[in-house]
Design a protein around this ligand. Structure first.
Ligand code: TXA
Ligand code: MG
Length: 344
């Protein structure tokens, strides 16, 4: 398939992208979290094309994207009080609400669930594209299933060129990890997947929050998670990732020791660190400001390891703040829960 590559400033081509959606095609587009791969949420055949292009299991539901707060009722049949409060404070923004679905949202979108994930992205190109399409857009992240989510247009092109009708190239993602998924169908809002809207943010408007037990532990065999996507292996680069967590100095010393041993065996080693050090790695990526910045470089770093043929990589986790849970959720998964905890 020939993929149309579109620049976000090219209005005529953006209009064309909207038309491709109405005609049943699939289009990758930027959002402030990660790039998405979209189709008309009402078009079952178009949705099936998304699963095929990504190689995604079809029992993993998609998020429906709308541009206007006023369109929420088109997708969801009940908007509980907590949902209204979160929307009033944070929409448009990097979160998804799980709500009771309207009957005309097809089962291929929700994987047969009675609920639907709804998101109102903030990114200006995403909003323009959804408006031009004129329909709600069902979209997962625009990566090959199992690979790190794309935060730059070049990541999308690397994964999906030739497999989708068009790719809209926009800004690098401002947040860099997928939206916070909040189930608001029960009395207490529950975080199913942490993201750029934090637990503290939710408490500030709803007073309470719960965090799904799978957020830091993964899903055991035979367990049915509330968020079906949690049971799949995610964000796994070719490199073997190990998380080293604890205090700054201890984790840095441990990583240096591990890198030294690996390199003596001729292994190509990478490090994503939050301290500045002489690590002697083949590839050293440093982001030490805070976990929000760390989240922003994370997926790109995982892809950089692969591009550079890194076989083993160490991630230093020593920063404590509101975004720690989000970073840990993603990095633990990519490490297959290989964690060296130097704390206590
Ligand atoms: O930031 C994002 O959310 C990005 C951009 C493109 O908007 N999208 C994204 O989609 O991350 P995806 O498909 O990679 O992840 C969607 C997650 C999956 O883990 C899925 O299981 C969960 O949302 N999900 C979707 N509908 C759900 C529902 N009704 N109940 C529970 N979980 C749901
Ligand atoms: Mg994804």
């Amino acid at each position: 398939m020939k993929t149309l590559i579109i620049d976000k400033t090219d209005e005529k081509s953006l209009w064309k992208a909207g038309k491709i959606i109405r005609k049943g095609g699939i289009v990758a587009f930027p959002t402030e979290t990660v790039y998405g791969l979209g189709a008309n949420a009402y078009d079952e055949n178009a949705i099936k094309k998304i699963y095929k292009a990504k190689g995604r299991p079809s029992d993993n539901p998609l998020i429906v994207h709308i541009a206007e707060i006023g369109d929420l009722e088109k997708v969801a049949r009940e908007i509980p009080e907590n949902a209204r409060k979160l929307v009033a404070k944070f929409a448009p923004g990097p979160f998804t609400l799980i709500l009771k679905k309207q009957p005309d949202i097809p089962d291929v979108v929700t994987a047969g669930l009675d609920t639907v994930g709804v998101r109102i992205p903030k990114d200006a190109t995403a909003r323009a594209f959804i408006r031009l399409a004129g329909v709600p857009i069902a979209a997962p992240s625009a990566n090959i299933s199992g690979k790190p989510s794309p935060t730059k247009a070049e990541h999308v092109i690397a994964d999906l060129d030739g497999k989708v009708d068009a790719i809209i190239c926009g800004e690098d993602a401002e947040i860099g990890v997928e939206s916070t998924i909040i189930d608001v169908t029960g009395e207490i809002p529950t975080i199913l997947r942490p993201g750029g809207i934090t637990k503290e943010d939710i408490i500030s408007v709803c007073g309470r929050v719960e965090i799904s037990q799978n957020v830091l532990t993964g899903v055991k065999k035979n367990e049915t998670p509330k968020c079906p996507g949690m049971k799949y292996k995610h964000y796994s680069p070719d490199a073997e990732i190990t998380v080293v967590e604890g205090e700054k100095k201890e984790t840095a010393d441990k990583i240096k020791e591990l890198i030294k041993a690996d390199r003596e065996k001729g292994i190509k080693v990478g490090v994503l660190a939050s301290s500045e050090n002489e690590f002697n790695a083949d590839l050293y990526i440093f982001e030490g400001k805070n976990n929000r910045e760390f989240a922003n470089v994370l997926f790109d770093a995982l892809r950089e390891f692969d591009k550079n043929g890194i076989e083993k990589a160490y991630v230093q986790m020593c920063m404590k703040d509101e975004m720690e849970l989000t970073v840990k959720n993603r990095i633990y998964k990519s490490a297959g829960y290989r964690i060296i905890d130097l704390g206590e």
